[in-house]
Structures are given as structure tokens and as C-alpha cells.
Design a protein around this ligand. Structure first.
Ligand code: F6R
Length: 612
């Protein structure tokens, strides 16, 4: 939520910041802005809309500066508008600031400032924090760095802030709590950003700033301190990411590119871990902690959105293979109730971004109570990865399309390996079944490729149903969470209302929706429920609903009941969800395209939800 970029060095700051904002636009795209400092002249430009709108307004302007900050916003306080866009300027006009996060006690601070005669030009909590900092600086006659430190001790909430001031020609002050900040280290230059994507073009050496740390960043110097003003030695990490991974590579949209990358990303996820020939899985995160895992009386899975759906699939698989009870929790609910957690409980945290605020806070609470956190995370070095006691990365590479696709199949692949690893260690699976499933899992990338070859069939189906007002997605067993995921994808990308249900539950209510205008998508691959789901199709057909079914190649029955079918290669029912979701991702993509939506940046959404 909100992307921030900063630069100080020998280059022109504006092009670096602009390119960085475009890379971070997936984090929010309600408005954007830049502040540039040159010869004590602090200029701020901001604009409602996408980064391209800002860029257009700045054509022909003198933007000379070697230091600057930029922001792309996902609105929290105040509607998307020029006025609420960041950067904000302090009342005195000498300090500019950008902010990602929410200041929870802003109303109280604002009232104090209003009483002192401050007035505000925006509705944002950011402007309140900025004027609070300015007020402290004036009253204490201290440096900006000291004022920031004093102010942050009083604020509650989440923030990553970057500030520049007129009187300080080359220094950016930055601080974070709860919202991410990465600093890239170049030769005589530093880059600051919400994630590494704006940085990798220039340097691979980065420092991930931790909560409650403050950075004083000059072209030749990076000083990290805690809020107690003690210096901290920056820990430099080498980025393992290539520029090509964050570019479209000839695809029209990131979402399509990411869907088509899945044979490779799933392969990368399995590589080095799964060896079907040897009949083994090596996952150090599980292997090194196997005793703790084996002792667990239950596993809790905490996540949001698509990652929560991956958790639901994992629930079915872990209970089946490992015979450990599993509870899947929405992180946003888990964090506010008083969940019963015993020391030694295992929590699997699933997150693409590794920065989702609800998940992060839920984990902090569980960790305090003694839970063991196992992270299934995509973004390397992210906050959730760092808070986890152990884990396994999904290795899907940067996911830029706002709707999650390749991260989801990566999560499923990791969770399946985790379940198989635990099961073989616990002895809850036979060697024969274990080996059979390893072979099945190893075959997934090739089968995913076969599905993608037929993508055009889904384009045709999408065209046919694009004008529907509602969709129903039905699945049973391992494919029930896939029905939820299919519905979520369609809602996000096409703005068509969609519901996912367990197919048998449909007759307890949703069946009332069925008429000749309702497309019903069945995930009806071959499994133990197949006959049952065929009966559910009959029930829809009898009520004239339109049936689109995702079936296994060779299924002779389902096509006779369906208006449209898409076949996927045969796969074991435990493995099938990684494959059955791919046609649903494509269906949403093509419906979105047919309706003319902005599929990479659907309205109101942002990737990486760092506010609660
Ligand atoms: C849906 C989607 C979201 C995320 C959710 C959790 O396409 O992307 O529902 O899955 O916001 O995000 P992460 O996985 O980053 O914690």
C-alpha cells in the first residue's frame, strides 16, 4: 500500500524516482507525486491518478535535482485527489515528506496542532505527522533527525517515512515501523524504496531497514540508528533478482506474463527440494525443526486473500497426509480476537509480499505467546520472512500484477512439499504413496505448460460470458478453495460479482440465484467426489444455469452437461488444485480484457496491503 522512492547522489533524481514509482505502482495508484531539492529550492509536484498522469504534467518543466523523494498512493485518509497526494509540505514550506502507513493517533495530534494555530491543506494523517515534526523542530531548535525521533516516540500506527528539507542539500531522513523500507547502496549514491524493484537496476547491495530504525542517508554515507539515538551497523544483503524479472517481457500485462511464467516458477520452487528419483524432499526449514513439528497437536495457518485460499488447500492436504488437525484463520480476525495459543504451537504464515499488515501483526502476537512461526513467503527478506522462526520461500520471483497468480501456485507447491515431508517423517503416509505423489508433483510444470497452450479456448469462453452480472464457482474437496480463488480472481479483475461455494452447499441457499443468466463454473476434475459433482451439475442444468466446467482430459460425462468445458491433464486429486486454478486465472484475465478493465491495476486495490 503506497510506494515510496528516494534518491540522493550524482544522478538526476527525477528520472530515477519516476521509473521507481512506475515499478511500485502495484502498491497503489490513486495519485502520485515528487519533491525535488536543488539550490535550496524545494519543489513539489503531485497529481491525482496514475504515475503516467504525473509524468505528463511535468513534461517541459525544469526538474534539475540530485536529491528527491516520490510517492504513489493508495488512499487511506482522504479521497484520492491532488491535495491529498504526497509529498506533503510542512506549514513553513521547508520540509517535504512522504508516508506509507497509517498514523492511528493523528486526530489527537492534529487537535494539538490546530490549538497552536496550524492549519492543514489535506485530509491526510501524513500532513499531521509532518507538521508535528516541524513543530518539534522549531520548539526544540533541533535537527530534523532529532525532531523525527522525538515525534515517532509519540505516534502509534504504521509508517515508512522519507523527509527532505530545504536547508540540507543532500540528506534524506527515513524511518520505518510496520511498512517496508529497502536502501540500495551505490557508489556515491543511495536509493530508498518500498521494495527492491526500483533499486536493482543500479545496485544489488541493499539494507533492509527494521522497525523502529531511523536512517540518515547522504550520497556517501548511510547511518542507521534506533529511536534511542544509538548507532546500528547496517547489514548489507545481496539481491538475488534480475531486472528482466520485473519487466513485461513482451506480454501485454504483468498478469498474463505471470500466469504464463507458472511452469517455470513452479519448477523453480520444486528445484533442489524435490527429488522424485531419489524419493525424497529436502526442505531445511522442515528438516531442522521436524521434532517441534512432529510434537505439534495442531497447526494453525494465518493469511489473507489468495494466500488464505492456499491455506485452505493446505488444511485439506495436511489433515489427509499428516493427520494433524489444522485451523485456517483470516489474519485480520485472528489478530483481534484472543486466540488460544500454547507454546510450541505451529503457525504457518502464508504471504506473497511478506508485508501484509494483518498477517504480520497476527504473527507478532502469536510469537509473543510462544508459537513457532513457519513462513511460506515469496518476497525474500520481507518482514514476515524475517519474523518467521523457519520457512520456505516460494521462489516465484517478483509478482507485479495486483491479482496474485504465480505466487499462489508457488504457495501450493511449497505447502504440498511441507505436508509430504511431515507425513513421511511422522509415518502417516506409506513409502509407495509418498513416492507416487513426488512423481505427480514433479510433473506439474509440464502439465501447467500443456494447459497454457490452450489458453485461447478460455479467451473464447470469456467473450461469451463477459456481460454476465454474477458468477458462481463450485468445487468440492481439494477444489473447494480453488472455487473461492476463481471467484476472487474474477471479482478483482473484471468487477463482476462472483461467489465461491462448496458444490454441495449450493443447495442450502445459492441455488436460488440460478437461472438462465447465471454462469456456474464447476471445478470438476477427476477425484473421489466426481460423481457427486456431476449430480450438482445436473441440479444446475435442471434450473437452466449455464455450466462452464474445468474437467480432466478424457471425462465423458461432464461435457454432456456443460455449455463450455476446458480440459486439464490428469493429476492426483491432492496435486490437482495447482493445475485447476490456472484456467480460472486465465478466464478472469480474459473477461477483464473483454470488459476493458485495467487488469494489472484493478480499481480500489493495491498489492501488499500494509494497512489494516
Ligand atoms: C488477490 C490478492 C490478495 C492477496 C492478499 C494477501 O489476488 O492478491 O488477496 O492475496 O492481500 O497478500 P499477501 O499474500 O502478500 O500477504
Amino acid at each position: 500500500m503506497c510506494g515510496i522512492v528516494g534518491y540522493t547522489g550524482h544522478r538526476q533524481a527525477y528520472p530515477v524516482i519516476l521509473k521507481g514509482l512506475k515499478r511500485l505502482e502495484y502498491r497503489g495508484y490513486d495519485s502520485s507525486g515528487v519533491a525535488l531539492l536543488h539550490n535550496q529550492n524545494l519543489q513539489v509536484h503531485k497529481k491525482k491518478g496514475k504515475v503516467a498522469d504525473l509524468e505528463e504534467t511535468l513534461i517541459g518543466k525544469n526538474l534539475e535535482a540530485q536529491i528527491g523523494i516520490g510517492h504513489t498512493r493508495w488512499a487511506t485518509h482522504g479521497e484520492p485527489s491532488d491535495r491529498n497526494a504526497h509529498p506533503h509540505l510542512s506549514s513553513g514550506g521547508e520540509i517535504a515528506m512522504i508516508h506509507n502507513g497509517i498514523i492511528e493517533n493523528y486526530a489527537l495530534i492534529k487537535q494539538e496542532l490546530v490549538n497552536k494555530g496550524y492549519s492543514f491543506t489535506s485530509d491526510t494523517d501524513t500532513e499531521v505527522l509532518l507538521n508535528f515534526i516541524e513543530d518539534i523542530k522549531k520548539n526544540n531548535e533541533c535537527s530534523l533527525e532529532d525532531a523525527v525521533r522525538i515525534a515517532l516516540k509519540r505516534v502509534t500506527g504504521a509508517y515508512c517515512i522519507l523527509l527532505i528539507e530545504q536547508s540540507n542539500p543532500d540528506t534524506i531522513i527515513a524511518a520505518r515501523k510496520g511498512s517496508p523500507l529497502v536502501i540500495g547502496i551505490g557508489k556515491g549514491e543511495h536509493f530508498l524504496a518500498s521494495d527492491a524493484s526500483p533499486i536493482i537496476e543500479y545496485t544489488k547491495e541493499v539494507v533492509y531497514v527494521n522497525d523502529y530504525e531511523l536512517a540518515i542517508v547522504k550520497p556517501d554515507e548511510l547511518i542507521l540508528k534506533n529511536l534511542g539515538n544509538e548507532k546500528i551497523t547496517p547489514f548489507i544483503t545481496k539481491l538475488d533478482m534480475e531486472l528482466a524479472a520485473i519487466e513485461k517481457g513482451g506480454y501485454e500485462h504483468f498478469m498474463l506474463k505471470e500466469i504464463f511464467e507458472q511452469p517455470n516458477t513452479i519448477f523453480d520452487c520444486l528445484r533442489g527440494r524435490l527429488d522424485a528419483k531419489e524419493g525424497m524432499i529436502r526442505m531445511s526449514g522442515v528438516d531442522l525443526n521436524i521434532e517441534a513439528i512432529n510434537k505439534a497437536n495442531r497447526i494453525m495457518i494465518v493469511a489473507c486473500g489468495t494466500s488464505w485460499h492456499a491455506g485452505l488447500v493446505a488444511e485439506y492436504i495436511i489433515e489427509e497426509l499428516c493427520r494433524i488437525p489444522v485451523e485456517v484463520e483470516y489474519a485480520s480476525e485472528f489478530r483481534y480476537r484472543n486466540p488460544i495459543i500454547h507454546p510450541g504451537d505451529i503457525i504457518i504464515a502464508i504471504s506473497q509480499s511478506g508485508e501484509t499488515a494483518d498477517t504480520l501483526v497476527a504473527l507478532e502476537k502469536a510469537k509473543e505467546k510462544g508459537a513457532f512461526i513457519f513462513g511460506v513467503v515469496n518476497a525474500v527478506g520481507s518482514s514476515i520472512a524475517r519474523i518467521s522462526n523457519a520457512g520456505a520461500y516460494t521462489h516465484a520471483g517478483p509478482e507485479i500484477g495486483v491479482a496474485s497468480t504465480k505466487a499462489f501456485t508457488g504457495q501450493l507447491a511449497v505447502l504440498m512439499m511441507v505436508a509430504l515431508n511431515i507425513a513421511i517423517n511422522k509415518g502417516t503416509i506409506t513409502q509407495e504413496r509418498y513416492k507416487e505423489l513426488l512423481v505427480e508433483l514433479e510433473a506439474v510444470p509440464e502439465k501447467a505448460q500443456a494447459i497454457l497452450k490452450n489458453a485461447n479456448e478460455l479467451k473464447v469462453i470469456a467473450e461469451k460470458y463477459k456481460d454476465a452480472h454474477d458468477f458462481l464457482f463450485l468445487g468440492r474437496g481439494y477444489n473447494f478453495p480453488i472455487a473461492l480463488e476463481g471467484a476472487l480472481k474474477l471479482k478483482e479483475i473484471s468487477y463482476i460479482h462472483a461467489e465461491g461455494y462448496p458444490a454441495a452447499e449450493m443447495k442450502h441457499g445459492p441455488i436460488a440465484l440460478v437461472d438462465e443468466n447465471l454462469p456456474v463454473v464447476f471445478i470438476a476434475t477427476q477425484d473421489v467426489y466426481h460423481e457427486k459433482i456431476v449430480s450438482n451439475m445436473q441440479e444446475i442444468k435442471a434450473r437452466k444455469g449455464k455450466i462452464i466446467s474445468i474437467i480432466t482430459e478424457g471425462d465423458k460425462t461432464s461435457p454432456t452437461l456443460s455449455d463450455d468445458c476446458f480440459s486439464i491433464p490428469p493429476a492426483d486429486e491432492i496435486i490437482a488444485p495447482i493445475l485447476s486454478v490456472i484456467p480460472l486465472q486465465l478466464l478472469s484475465y480474459y473477461v477483464g480484457i473483454a470488459k476493458g478493465t485495467d487488469v494489472d491495476k484493478p480499481r480500489n486495490l493495491a498489492k501488499s496491503v500494509t494497512v489494516e
